[in-house]
Design a protein around this ligand. Structure first.
Ligand SMILES: Cc1cc2nc3c(=O)[nH]c(=O)nc-3n(C[C@H](O)[C@H](O)[C@H](O)COP(=O)(O)OP(=O)(O)OC[C@H]3O[C@@H](n4cnc5c(N)ncnc54)[C@H](O)[C@@H]3O)c2cc1C
Length: 411
């Protein structure tokens, strides 16, 4: 399927998928059917690129699904959306995991430079030239389309870590560079989950019979995966990632906003629509930073989608509020943009832990400290993140109460 970075495309895909979000999703979601590129898969939503870019919100998706299905019927799909929110909340409370990932990735990239054998093994993996048909297939699919089915991501990560024995951070980096939906939380924590670092000691082992079973509907027949590792010993790390409760922004109050102000849209929040701004901004600032995902080049589907989402989102906001769009890039700085526009205040959707925050936060920090910049956190994250303390189970049992608290069910 081709992912177009617009809100219309996101809403069209959501509406197309809605009838299938109940029992159809539950029974079929694990199959990687590898359908032709132009068509959307029927068994999963493929909404993740738009969700990651904040073109639509998780709350909008949950509302739409629950308007069509009961919570029982859509239980599995709803839980998957909550996995996304859980991972974000978990990383927010343990940002050292992101820092440790970045540090280990730098070291692993350095090892590739110094070790020709490692470099060869790495290039064979990312160029899809290993002896494992299924793995090669996904490496090509990822680079060409920017999307992989969830099961393929699990198998791929498991083979990368346990069969090819490559550093997990290089695999996670390969995903970050090519997945259109690449997300610091979901990606880093899923790779850690496969490797036995998230649920300590519990790993995910890819098996040839499982791959053949769930790829049976591929046009060329099931994918083969010979000579896979038969054991998956958990990875170990020295660093403890202790939990700290982040200081989350309270719900936005009208009297907090000093007018006139600029609205910043970024890689993880490219639409103004669900922000419900009480006053229109005087300027919209488009701040896309996809190339900050990695020190290595980012794939073109991922780069184009991220830039397109922020650009079309900013243009939509400019039209809605009848104001100008200014691009904040690595070549200009926020202070001069604001100075030229005669503004001192900005509003921006919350910057979660990850590369977008790493890139934008240094210039925003003084304004956040003196109250001239205000971050807006959505209600769903505010209600869910405090429960993302340990395993997903802590969230799972809170899904009903959270949906009620937000008025998504039971009204
Ligand atoms: C190694 C690995 C790396 C991953 N990297 C990313 C990533 O960078 N970005 C990303 O968004 N997801 C990532 N995932 C999670 C998951 O694979 C994708 O969210 C999902 O495949 C997206 O396809 P979909 O929209 O059709 O999902 P659907 O099955 O239709 O699910 C609906 C939504 O729920 C969320 N979701 C579903 N499964 C998961 C999950 N396991 N974890 C977190 N959220 C989930 C997504 O937002 C998704 O759009 C990763 C999983 C693994 C195993």
């Amino acid at each position: 399927m081709t992912f177009s970075p617009t809100r219309n495309a996101a809403l069209t895909r959501l509406n197309e998928f809605l009838p299938l979000a109940g029992s159809h999703y539950t029974s079929n979601r694990n199959y990687d059917d590898g359908v032709p590129r132009e068509e959307a898969r029927r068994n999963v939503s493929q909404l993740s690129p738009w969700l990651h870019a904040g073109v639509i919100s998780e709350k909008e998706v949950l509302e739409a699904v629950l308007a069509k299905h009961s919570l029982d019927e859509a239980d599995q799909f709803i839980a998957e959306v909550f996995w996304r929110v859980y991972f974000k909340g978990y990383l927010e409370q343990r940002p050292s995991i992101w820092l440790a990932f970045c540090k280990q990735r730098t070291a692993a990239l350095g090892d590739l430079e110094r070790n020709a054998g490692l470099q060869t093994a790495y290039l064979e993996a990312v160029e899809g030239r290993t002896g494992i048909e299924a793995f090669n297939h996904w490496a090509h699919e990822l680079v060409e389309t920017g999307y992989l089915h969830n099961h393929a991501r699990m198998w791929f990560a498991s083979i990368w870590i346990f069969t090819l024995k490559l550093d997990w951070t290089l695999g996670a980096d390969f995903f970050l560079r090519h997945l259109i939906d690449a997300d610091a939380a979901s990606n880093t924590l899923s790779w850690r989950w496969v490797g036995g670092l998230h649920t300590k000691g519990k790993t995910y082992l890819a098996r040839a019979d499982n791959i053949a079973r769930y790829t049976a509907n591929q046009s060329g027949g099931p994918l083969s995966a010979d000579r896979l590792a038969e054991e998956a010993d958990a990875l170990v790390e020295m660093e403890e990632h202790n939990r700290s409760v982040p200081d989350l922004p309270a719900p936005l109050k009208i009297d907090q906003i000093t007018q006139p102000y600029a609205l910043i849209l970024h890689d993880e929040a490219a639409s103004h629509v669900y922000l419900n701004l009480p006053w229109p901004p005087a300027v919209v600032i488009a701040a896309a930073r996809p190339s900050e995902r990695s020190p290595c080049p980012v794939g073109s589907p991922a780069e184009a989608f991220a830039r397109g989402a922020v650009q079309t989102g900013a243009e939509a906001a400019s039209k809605a509020f009848d104001c100008e769009v200014v691009n904040w890039t690595n070549d200009n700085d926020l202070a001069s943009i604001l100075h030229e526009a005669g503004l001192e205040h900005v509003l921006l959707p919350y910057l979660p832990t990850g590369w977008t925050k790493d890139a934008l936060r240094p210039q925003l920090q003084p304004m956040l400290t003196n109250g001239h910049a205000i971050e807006i956190l959505d209600d769903l994250s505010r209600a869910t993140w405090p429960w993302a303390k340990a395993g997903f189970f802590g969230i799972k049992k809170k899904i009903g109460p959270i949906l009620s608290e937000l008025g998504i069910i039971g009204h």
